[in-house]
Design a protein around this ligand. Structure first.
Ligand SMILES: [Ca+2]
Length: 217
């Protein structure tokens, strides 16, 4: 019953499109693109949240300055140290990032998201135990806006006992891509917060809720 009017509507739009009916053709195109390009909501969204690429020098580090990449990440302000295998314990696999190089820095990655979907960011946090201040501070930003401030106290921590803690924060995507940043707010130091094992996942619960509510609201 409902098929015939739909086919007729498509045929009509086809005719209008051929006659350069831009205002009529646009909605049809929108519907077509959203139905074919919907990303898998449970996929990991971010690339190399473990900072394993490229390989930093073992038992040492690479200082990375503004505008330079660390694999899929970019240093978007200041400078950071990409820590190689063996210099200190990583939270996941071998490498990590000290968000203070010679001074505070920021690492940033842009990745595809589905607007309206809630995403959970998890990451491992520690600090460069080799120098003060004792309490390292930093911030998680989404699209340039701070969504979480974090602190980590290095008291008693060592290269083999970094004391990583898991942190968690959520955000609702506003666009088809989202920019995530981790910024040090630890001033005047070459010893900053350390991050590793960054994972971003579409929140299963809210995906289900969103999917259930998605008709044409
Ligand atoms: Ca790692």
């Amino acid at each position: 019953m409902s098929v015939r009017p739909y086919v007729m509507a498509i045929a009509a739009l086809g005719l209008l499109g051929a006659a350069a009916g831009a205002t009529q053709a646009a909605p049809f195109h929108e519907n077509a693109s959203t139905s074919t390009s919907k990303p898998t909501s449970t996929a990991r969204s971010i690339d190399d949240g473990s900072f394993e690429y490229p390989t930093a020098p073992a038992n040492s580090f690479t200082n990375v300055t503004t505008g330079q990449p660390i694999g899929p990440w970019t240093v978007s302000s200041g400078n950071v140290d990409h820590i190689g295998r063996g210099l200190w314990q990583a939270a996941e696999r071998h490498q990590s990032v000290d968000l203070n190089g010679q001074s505070p820095g920021t690492v940033t990655q842009t990745f595809p998201t589905t607007p309206g979907t809630t995403y959970a960011i998890t990451y491992a946090l520690a600090g460069n135990y080799a120098g003060g201040p004792a309490v390292k501070t930093g911030r998680v930003l989404v699209d340039g806006q701070g969504i979480q401030d974090f602190t980590f106290d290095i008291t008693g921590k060592t290269a083999t006992d970094m004391g990583y803690v898991g942190r968690h924060v959520t955000f609702v995507a506003r666009s088809t891509s989202t920019t995530l940043s981790f910024a040090s707010t630890t001033p005047s130091s070459a010893h900053g917060p350390v991050i590793d094992d960054v994972v971003v996942r579409a929140s299963c619960c809210s995906c289900g809720c969103n999917r259930g509510a998605t008709g044409k609201q």
